[in-house]
Design a protein around this ligand. Structure first.
Ligand code: PEP
Ligand code: MN
Length: 349
């Protein structure tokens, strides 16, 4: 939409603008208002060179694009009805709870397998387990390629899909070859566009979903959706958006809780939202409330760190994993909030 400085373009100005847009295979439509006229560009209106040339004309005030920049992720795009199927769950139809250890301890595989069975029994629909970990200190445990086998063993014993974070192409290749169902892009890599592109390319048509975390520094919601657009544009639209708390932190919490952005995301994009309350609040005792808040805001599910014996865990498990018994009660409560939320939505329509 072109807005001139004066209430309308002169005949000469109109023909100058028309000549430019036609060079880029677009058409100009004049919208005559009571006080002023505006000029809609019909066609691919985001061509940078065309926009810059129009903005370079000294009688033009603004160029407001009306097309969404998100060709694939926008809620009105052709993918608006796209559904992600994981195991026997269609994401969006009933709460999707992913649960399991923050980190798989390769020295204690049985503990992970036991937790996997326990979270399944508690009602989880998928299992998480960090094979590779992004750690603040280079001397902390970084994960182990060998843990992929343990993750896949949990998959075959429980029959549930599994989730793990990948941080580079080496890990991506191993995870894809092993048959991991959900690849997590962590908060630290949510702006790593090369990785996002590689993930989109390598998971194309493989029925592998991507859980894209919100980066801790991400402000505008559009920046988050743009990161998802990278993955979709590279070939895989099976993307779930995961708010996980941002910086600066809230005093007493690990990050600044951001489950409240869920309705904003749902307005702009069709992608399901799976909130991570554990990395947001960072303390096991606050996790259930944050998870319920996420569902009340309209999230399609949550990803929860859960461990049979958190004090024996590594990574984040000792501080923010909830026990499977707590998870079981939480999932019952999530189902209740889900029903209330759906009632509100139905009443709204
Ligand atoms: C995790 O899920 O264990 C993790 C490291 O998450 P984030 O990328 O959100 O910090
Ligand atoms: Mn963690």
């Amino acid at each position: 939409m072109i807005i001139p400085k004066e209430p309308k373009l002169t005949v000469e100005q109109l023909s100058a603008v028309t000549a430019i847009v036609e060079e880029y295979d677009c058409k100009l439509q004049v919208i005559i208002g009571h006080h002023r006229s505006v000029y809609a560009v019909l066609g691919e209106e985001r061509k940078t060179v065309m926009v810059n040339r129009i903005l370079g004309l000294d009688f033009i005030d603004r160029f407001d694009a009306v097309d969404s920049p998100f060709k694939l992720m926008d809620s009105s795009s052709e993918l608006a009805q796209h559904k992600i199927v994981l195991g026997n769950h269609i994401v969006g139809e009933g709460p999707f709870v992913i649960a399991g250890h923050c980190t798989i301890d390769p020295k204690n595989p049985n503990l992970f397998i036991e937790s996997a069975h326990a979270v399944k029994e508690a009602g989880a629909k998928a299992i998480r387990g960090g094979v590779w970990k992004p750690r603040t200190m280079p001397y902390s445990f970084q994960g182990d390629d060998a843990s992929v086998k343990i993750l896949m063993e949990a998959r075959s014993q429980t029959g549930l899909p599994v989730d793990t974070e990948v941080m580079d192409e080496h890990q991506l290749r191993i995870a894809v070859e092993a048959g991991v169902d959900i690849l997590q892009v962590g908060a630290r890599n949510a702006l790593n566009y090369s990785l996002l592109k590689s993930i989109g390319q390598m998971t194309q048509n493989k029925k592998i979903a991507v859980l894209l975390k919100r980066s801790m520094g991400m402000g505008p919601v559009n920046e988050f959706i743009a990161a998802a657009e990278y993955i979709a544009a590279a070939g895989n639209p099976d993307i779930m958006l995961c708010p996980r708390g941002t910086n600066p932190t809230m005093d007493g919490y690990r990050n600044y809780p951001d489950e409240s952005i869920t309705p904003l995301l749902k307005e702009k994009t069709w992608a399901p939202v799976i909130v991570d309350p554990c990395h947001s609040v960072g303390r096991a005792k606050y996790v259930p409330s944050a998870a319920l808040a996420a569902i009340a805001y309209g999230a399609d599910g949550v990803i929860i760190e859960s461990h049979l014996d958190p004090q024996k865990g590594i990574g984040d498990d000792p501080k923010q994993s909830i026990k499977p018994a707590v998870l079981k009660q939480l999932i019952t409560d999530i189902e209740a909030i889900w029903a209330i939320k759906n009632r509100i939505v139905l009443a709204d329509n």
